[in-house]
Design a binder for this molecule. Structure first.
Ligand code: NAD
Length: 499
């Protein structure tokens, strides 16, 4: 049965007729599973208008009542995690257990946002001048928007909206058009949790919907997660339209393996972090930098593990890795195997010949691949491939490995594998990357820390979730108050100083 996904505006599915639609695929079979409506300016206007109308009452709802809605949403999310995971898997292709993982990491942010009464506490100083008190309060911005990528259709939106809504804002989400159903399911759960109509809205679509948000006068802030060229565009366009903006971009995450590392642990980590979710994770390891003396040994251990990986449909319990999200993306990823070899790399593992458990006809399949002897000038290293292709680079020393990581324009995540605490500490200090793992290949910060990279991996100055999320979705007001007592009096034209 073919599904039809439409926008969610003012607490219900949008009744209008779409001028444009997109296809939703089942990546395991390559078949079209349904269609999604694409928003134009009119639908974006309707969503923003609903959010704007809902803002005053939501802002003035007590912080404890807002938290109570979040607690109910948390319970419903937990109860519906399997449905959500299966919905994600069906459209994205990732295995259901991995989709469960993304739901859990989103749930963690909701749990963090349940603590909003504590997070919104301002400061108070008594007697900053004689009988004058000063305090700061954190207020919501108004209508804020989130524009999110295909690879985490539930988790990435949940980096944003639980905190934005808890702070008293109203929200318009524009999820990826490739896997739009999870966003609608989340909207339904909000409604069931008792969130007032118009506080959370979803518009689907492509550039037209995004531009409608970026140019809309009533949208006060934009959070974006996606590829670097689009992140840069969002940052520049939203800023030009006077909005607060955080735009998280693409990545090339390096895993440095020093000679004293536990090589079995390092090989397990490289395979897990390189091929989990078919490499379609912004924190996936895509470049392993092995210090030369252990490189051949590491390659052999990676090969052993990859040979045993089970690739198959996301809903087949035996599968460890699913298909890629679309046919064109699979073809683009596979093209790097050819260009890499042309430019001098060795194809140590060819994912094009990896067996697929079932459903191979027409599905967007590409097994795990390893390009060895990769060098920094090759296209397969310079570009973010965003698929199950690991590149192995060899460095003569720790310093050469560090220089390589720091010369890369991206700075999202990185990891070092070593048993030398001093080397790990140096790396943590010297590496120019926003999120660092020490013997941990995918160092995604917990919800109460903040997520974000450096350099071309983030445009803006606040990271997602944690206290930086609260900061992004609020503005601070500083109040100076004097309650007159009978002794006060007198004009004073001098600039106010403490006295
Ligand atoms: P994408 O940049 O193609 O799309 C992201 C969003 O932007 C989608 O909602 C899409 O509809 C919209 N969009 C696409 N083209 C547009 C255009 N020309 N103008 C305006 N809007 C446009 O990214 P994707 O392919 O969906 O996701 C994969 C990318 O996201 C990878 O580069 C990955 O590294 C990155 N990512 C980064 C993080 C992070 O935290 N830094 C997290 C997840 C994914």
């Amino acid at each position: 049965m073919s599904k039809h996904v439409t926008h969610w505006i003012d607490g219900k599915p949008f009744a209008g007729t779409a001028e444009r639609r997109g296809d939703i695929y089942n990546p395991a079979t390559g078949e079209v599973a349904g269609t999604v409506d694409f928003a134009g300016a009119a639908e974006v206007d309707a969503a923003v208008a609903a959010a704007r109308a809902a803002f005053p009452a939501w802002r003035d709802t007590s912080v404890t009542k807002r938290a109570a809605v979040l607690f109910r949403f948390r319970e419903l999310l937990h109860a519906n995690r399997e449905k959500l995971a299966r919905t994600i898997s069906a459209e994205h292709g990732k295995v259901v257990s991995d989709a469960f993982g993304e739901v859990s990491r989103g749930l963690e942010v909701v749990e963090f946002a349940c603590g909003i009464p504590h997070l919104l506490k301002g400061g108070y100083s008594e007697n900053v001048s004689t009988k004058v008190d000063a305090y700061s309060i954190l207020q919501p911005l108004g209508v804020v928007a989130g524009i999110t990528p295909f690879n985490f259709p539930a988790m990435v939106p949940m980096w944003m909206f639980p905190i934005a809504i808890a702070c008293g804002n109203t929200f318009v989400l524009k999820p990826s058009e490739k896997d739009p159903s999870a966003a609608v399911l989340l909207a339904e759960l909000w409604a069931e949790a008792g969130l007032p109509e118009g506080v959370f809205n979803v518009v689907h679509g492509d550039k037209a919907a995004v531009d409608g948000i970026l140019e809309h006068d009533d949208v006060k802030a934009v959070s974006f997660v996606g590829s670097t060229p689009i992140a840069r565009y969002i940052y520049e366009t939203a800023a030009r339209h006077g909005k607060r903006v955080q735009a998280l971009g693409g990545a090339k995450n390096h895993m440095v393996v020093l000679p004293d590392a536990d090589l079995d642990l390092a090989a397990d980590a490289a395979v897990s972090a390189g091929f989990g979710s078919a490499g379609e994770r912004c924190m996936a390891i895509s470049a392993v930098v092995a210090v030369e003396s252990i490189a051949d040994d590491l390659v052999e251990r990676v090969k052993d593990r990859v040979a045993r990986l089970r690739v198959g449909p996301g809903d087949d319990e035996r599968s460890e890795m699913g298909p890629l999200v679309t046919g064109p993306h699979r073809d683009k990823v596979a093209s790097y195997l050819e260009s890499g070899v042309r430019e001098g790399a060795t194809l140590a593992i060819d994912g094009r010949v990896h067996p697929v458990l079932s459903g191979e006809n027409g599905g967007f399949w590409l097994g795990p691949s390893l390009l060895d002897h990769v060098t920094p000038e090759m296209g397969c290293y310079r570009d973010e491939i965003f698929g199950p292709v690991l590149s192995l680079l060899r460095a003569p020393t720790y310093d050469a490995a560090l220089d390589l990581v720091n010369a890369n324009p991206y700075g999202n995540g990185t990891a070092i594998f070593t048993n030398d605490g001093g080397a790990a500490r140096r790396f943590q200090n010297e590496v120019e990357v926003g999120m660092v793992g020490i013997n941990v290949p995918i160092p995604v910060p917990m919800a109460f820390y903040s997520f974000g990279g450096w350099k071309s991996s983030l445009f803006g100055d606040s990271h997602a979730h944690g206290t930086e999320g609260v900061h992004f979705y609020t503005r601070t007001k500083a109040v100076t108050a004097r309650w007159l007592d009978p002794s006060h009096g007198g004009v004073n034209l001098g600039f106010p100083t403490n006295g």
